[in-house]
Ligand binder design. Structure first.
Ligand code: SF4
Length: 946
């Protein structure tokens, strides 16, 4: 061994101990001392600790974060600027374009970018590890062709890449590091002591550099628990640098107090964590909230007390910030347009964005009315001038189109794109400037961080890269923007040091806190999910002389263990979700938690069981919902129901009540119209059209016999369909792909229906779209219905009802027989939910039954299911009578049908009407059908059961 590595145990607090040691050694002349840390945050806290010990004015040592120190010296050797990853990808694009194997990805730069970023990361890693590039003779076969081509020509591509960068006068961070490691003495001859503090795993280039520094007299301080075996990466550093560990300060033998909390969800854990915070932390090392899932920052901030000072240091994904969502919506609108016409739904989403409202000024108050007009117009695609006409040509909207949409028309290059983005953001942020400056609310804080990332990381890529002047399609520029946005995090850099610290694990390196609160200590978060470059699978790394990925996980464990060991109190929260569902996958507590619990069990000599031990399951403060049977009805509702029943009663009204009385209430009593929706596909309109087409088709045979094999005329049927499809305007509402799909599907179904008729004997068409009314003898009420068609077969008359939507509910033959059995004595039905269920079970075919009641001379009623998946199920007869039933002989006898029609059904109808009149509530069924698609979902108190 050639030197010492001073070991500071985490329990002693690395930075406070180091600051005392540096002061002990150099209090008289700190200014000649150089201290280098792996992170800026550690350097920041070190200054804070020095300041705590020193009074009055003094010269600080030179304190560096390692990357800043490397940059400062390396530019003296090579002043070429560093280029960002996207620009590195551009130069690689130039290198590999035209090479065999890269054809799939070099069609355009925007397509190449995601791969280019990975390729350049691989080359950087080789540089950091100071490993010569070598070609892989047999790259893994599961890699895409360009991945294989890259690995099999690594040395040539790497050489060309270096040359092209050199020619362009630029360099990369790893190249700088390597250069400095090779030529340090040329630019660094320290006047005073140099301390390398708190480093853990080192790449090979870093180790070369450290060796040179040790030769110049530098000393090393490491953080390590002397009571534990050194992690492999630290042992490797000690061995490689020929350092023997020497303990600087013996730790006090104290263990942190550990508590564990199992929470049901994020909101519960952040609420409980907030309760554990001291009201006014005085020093920055008093309390830390470790946040492994950056996405949970906002729930946390919304839960913390408003007046609590909070200092955030972590990378937060900015794509959900308001400026980012505005830009992404703009891009989406632009990308989805068909020629000059824009999709109205996306357009409306953009107009409703808070930033769009801001620039629309006072006219934003008209948005609601304008939206109604757009929806009423019905077309899913409109040109900007059509939209402006609909809005009455108002100026704010015209200006909006000009300044936010038409500005893209002239964009040809990334530089144009950058200019337009800057203009857009400038305009859109103008009304919010004051709020953004103060940035008191979380969304403004996030917006500010997006803008910082935009200015420093995204904009320069488009504005001043080597490819900024290259022509590129707009859609490609949108793709590039999204790709870059994925990689950008808001660099929350907590400053000044005060209040509660919120950090990610990597940011806590070398720091120690009295109290540590760990959130989301679950697998998948702690350790962080592996980011594997698909080009370098784990098995390949040793073959290329690169370190294994497992080092990364060992590093994270080291950071976690040292953080816990350095604290006095540790509160660990994890989410405990055992039930799996598509929304909430099961969560397993982190292996780090398991290790801590196991250590506690060993220490106490007992196994913890549920309810015993340091884990507390946070109780859900759920209040059982009050039983809520439905919407109560009073005298007014009762009178309104009576008024409804005094008119003509339709099958739809009764079916609505049977399905969901609450829906009946909204629709028939309150008369709420379903909201107008702007969709590309209006199933009701298409259903009405098909009914009309079939009526037109069969009309020449009204009163005549129809011989399917002889009279079927598919081409006439399809002509009738196409004419109506064009005439009714339905086709104009659909985009070209959807129009094609709808048209072909409808044609296929109509043609298939005619074919299915060929299996039937000839029939006479008695009526088409016939309105029928009949009074119920017992109830004295009038019922009505519109019968799509009535045919006469040799076996009797049949009522047909066309169905163009999803399948129908009906009774099986067995169930019909059971109802017949029990119906000898139909019981009284209580006006309860149970009573409603009884009726629903017996009346799924209410519409056909009512039609038979309206047409008593008909012996059968049939649904014609045009959309049925199976051709043989097009006909769904009520009583399974020939000629529609595939069964032979197994159908109801005439007298049974007669009994069902004349006794059972009228009696059930009576019970239903009694229920409707007497029920104290408009009940909400236990399992209401189709709440998710219900028109009254947002008005209905029963929606939570959906
Ligand atoms: S939301 Fe559900 S419960 Fe409410 S009316 Fe609609 S279907 Fe019925």
């Amino acid at each position: 061994m050639s030197g010492k590595a001073w070991i500071i145990p985490p329990q002693a607090g690395f930075l406070p101990t180091l600051s005392r040691e540096i002061l002990r050694r150099h209090r008289e002349d700190l200014s000649r001392v150089t201290v280098i840390f792996p992170t800026r945050r550690a350097a920041h806290f070190f200054r804070y600790y020095l300041g705590r010990h020193l009074r009055g004015s003094f010269f600080l040592p030179r304190i560096y974060a390692f990357s800043d120190w490397v940059n400062e010296l390396a530019v003296r050797l090579d002043p070429r600027p560093i280029i960002p990853p996207a620009e590195r990808a551009w130069w690689l694009y130039r290198v590999v374009s035209g090479r065999p194997g890269f054809e799939q990805v070099t069609e355009s730069f925007d397509r190449f970018l995601p791969w280019g970023l990975r390729f350049s990361e691989v080359l950087e890693e080789f540089e950091r590890e100071a490993v010569p590039l070598k070609d892989l003779l047999e790259p893994p076969e599961d890699l895409p062709p360009h991945g294989q081509a890259f690995l099999s020509a690594l040395s040539e591509i790497g050489r060309d890449f270096r040359e092209i960068l050199s020619g362009a006068g630029v360099t990369t961070p790893a190249a700088r590091l390597r250069l400095l490691s090779e030529r340090l003495p040329e630019v660094f001859s320290p006047e005073g002591p140099v301390y390398l503090c708190g480093f853990a795993a080192l790449s090979r280039a870093e180790r070369f550099l450290f060796r040179r520094l040790l030769e110049l007299g530098a000393e090393v301080f490491l953080e390590m628990d002397p009571g534990c075996r050194a992690p492999d990466f630290l042992a490797e550093v000690l061995r490689d640098l020929k350092l023997s560990p020497e303990i600087l300060s013996r730790p006090r033998s104290r263990r942190p107090r550990l508590r564990f909390f199992a929470a049901a969800d994020v909101h519960q854990e952040v609420r409980e964590a907030a309760r554990l915070l001291p009201p006014d932390p005085e020093t920055p090392d008093e309390v830390l909230i470790l946040l492994p899932v950056a996405g949970h920052l906002l729930p946390l901030l919304y839960t913390l007390p408003e007046d609590l000072p909070v200092n955030i240091t972590l990378g937060f994904p900015v794509k959900r910030s308001l400026p980012a969502t505005f830009l992404l919506l703009l891009f989406e609108l632009y990308e989805k347009r068909l020629s000059e016409r824009y999709p109205v739904l996306t357009y409306l989403s953009l107009l409703k964005h808070p930033y769009a409202r801001g620039v629309l000024g006072a006219w934003a108050a008209e948005l609601h009315a304008f939206e109604t007009r757009l929806r009423a117009h019905g077309s899913p695609y409109l040109s900007l001038s059509e939209i402006e006409d609909l809005a009455g040509g108002v100026d704010p909207l015209r200006r909006f189109h000009r300044e936010f949409l038409e500005v893209f028309y002239g964009v040809k290059t990334p530089r144009d794109f950058a200019r337009v983005l800057k203009e857009i953001l400038h305009r859109v942020l103008e009304p919010h400037r004051e709020r953004l400056r103060e940035a008191r609310e979380n969304r403004e804080i996030l917006a500010r961080h997006f803008l910082y990332a935009f200015e420093t990381e995204i904009l320069p890529v488009f504005e001043s890269s080597s490819f900024s002047g290259e022509p590129m399609p707009l859609e490609g520029l949108f793709r590039m923007f999204r790709e870059l946005l994925q990689t950008v995090s808001a660099p929350f850099e907590g400053d000044p040091l005060c209040g509660v610290q919120v950090m990610g694990l990597l940011e806590t390196r070398l720091l120690s806190f009295r109290k540590v609160i760990v959130l989301d200590a679950n697998e998948g978060a702690l350790p962080s999910p592996e980011e594997i470059n698909p080009l370098l699978p784990e098995g390949l790394r040793p073959a290329l002389s690169l370190p294994r990925r497992s080092r990364q996980e060992a590093l994270e464990r080291y950071y976690f263990d040292r953080l816990i060991a350095s604290a006095r109190e540790v509160e660990i929260f994890y989410l405990s979700v055992t039930e799996s569902s598509s929304r909430l996958p099961p969560r397993v507590r982190s292996r780090y938690v398991e290790a801590l619990l196991w250590a506690e069990e060993k220490r106490k000599g007992e196994l913890f069981t549920p309810g015993k031990g340091p884990v507390r399951h946070l109780s859900l403060s759920l209040t059982a919902p009050e039983p809520f049977p439905g919407i109560p009805r009073g005298e007014a509702e009762r009178r309104e129901v009576e008024r409804l029943l005094s008119g003509e009663i339709s099958a739809t009204l009764l079916e609505t009540y049977l399905d969901c009385p609450a829906r009946f209430y909204f629709r028939y009593l309150l008369g709420l119209k379903p909201p107008e929706r702007l969709t590309e596909y209006d199933a009701t309109a298409l259903g009405t059209l098909i009914h009309a087409v079939l009526e037109d088709y069969f009309r020449p045979y009204l009163g005549r016999e129809y011989l399917p094999r002889e009279h079927n005329d598919p081409s006439r049927l399809l002509t009738l369909f196409r004419e109506r499809f064009e005439r009714d305007g339905l086709s104009r509402q659909l985009g070209p792909e959807r129009r094609f799909f709808v048209e072909k599907t409808a044609e296929f179904r109509l043609r298939r229906y005619l074919q299915s008729l060929e299996a039937l004997p000839p029939f006479r068409i008695l009526s088409l779209e016939e309105e029928k009314r009949r009074e119920h003898p017992g109830l004295g009420l009038r019922f009505r219905g519109k019968l799509d068609r009535v045919d006469e077969f040799e076996t009797g008359r049949v009522v047909l009802d066309y169905k163009t939507g999803a399948g129908v509910r009906s009774l099986s033959l067995r169930r019909l027989r059971e109802i017949l059995e029990e119906a000898r004595d139909i019981p009284r039905v209580e006006p309860t939910l149970e009573g409603l269920r009884f009726l629903r079970d017996r009346l799924p075919d209410l519409q056909l039954l009512l039609y038979l009641f309206l047409r008593p001379e008909a012996g059968e009623a049939v649904y014609v299911q045009l959309a049925s998946g199976k051709g043989r199920e097009i006909f769904k007869p009520l009583f399974y009578r020939p000629p529609f039933s595939p069964r032979s002989g197994d159908f109801l006898r005439e007298e049974e049908i007669e009994y069902l029609r004349e006794r059972v059904f009228p009696a059930l109808l009576e019970r239903l009407i009694e229920h409707l009149l007497a029920a104290p509530y408009f009940f909400i069924p236990e399992k209401p059908p189709g709440c998710r698609w219900c028109d009254y979902l947002y008005a209905c108190p029963g929606r939570k059961r959906a």
